[in-house]
Design a protein. Structure first.
Length: 116
C-alpha cells in the first residue's frame, strides 16, 4: 500500500486546514485509516482514525474540532481540522492498517504549522 498525503501548511490560530491521503495498491475499503501526528520532541500520537465500516475515534484534544472521513470510491481519507491551535503544530502522517495481513503502512508526513 502506498500512501500520499497532502494539504498541510501554515495557518493562523482559529483557522482551518484539510488533509487528504490517497491510498493505492490494495483494496481501500478493507483498510482502517488513521491520522497520526508528531510534534518536535514528542512521540507520535494517534489523532483520529476511521474503520472500514466508518467507525471513528479521536483523541480528546481534537474532539469537536477535527473530523475524519473517507471516500472509498476515491481511495481517500480526509482530516478536516477546524479551530486550529498552536499545539496542533506537528507533522501529520497518514496510516493504513490491513486487518487481513495485520500490517501497518505509513505515508510521508505533511507539516501543519499553526502560528500567528
Amino acid at each position: 500500500v502506498q500512501l500520499q498525503a497532502s494539504g498541510g501548511g501554515l495557518v493562523q490560530p482559529g483557522g482551518s486546514l484539510s488533509l487528504s491521503c490517497v491510498a493505492s495498491g490494495s483494496i481501500f475499503r478493507t483498510l482502517s485509516m488513521g491520522w497520526y501526528r508528531q510534534a518536535p520532541g514528542k512521540q507520535r500520537e494517534l489523532v483520529a482514525d476511521i474503520t472500514s465500516s466508518g467507525g471513528t475515534r479521536y483523541i480528546e484534544s481534537v474532539k469537536g474540532r477535527f473530523t475524519v472521513s473517507r471516500d472509498n470510491a476515491k481511495d481517500t481519507v480526509f482530516l478536516q481540522m477546524n479551530s486550529l491551535r498552536p499545539e496542533d503544530t506537528a507533522v501529520y502522517y497518514c496510516n493504513a492498517y490491513d486487518p487481513l495481513r495485520d500490517i501497518d503502512y505509513w505515508g510521508k508526513g505533511t507539516q501543519v504549522t499553526v502560528s500567528s
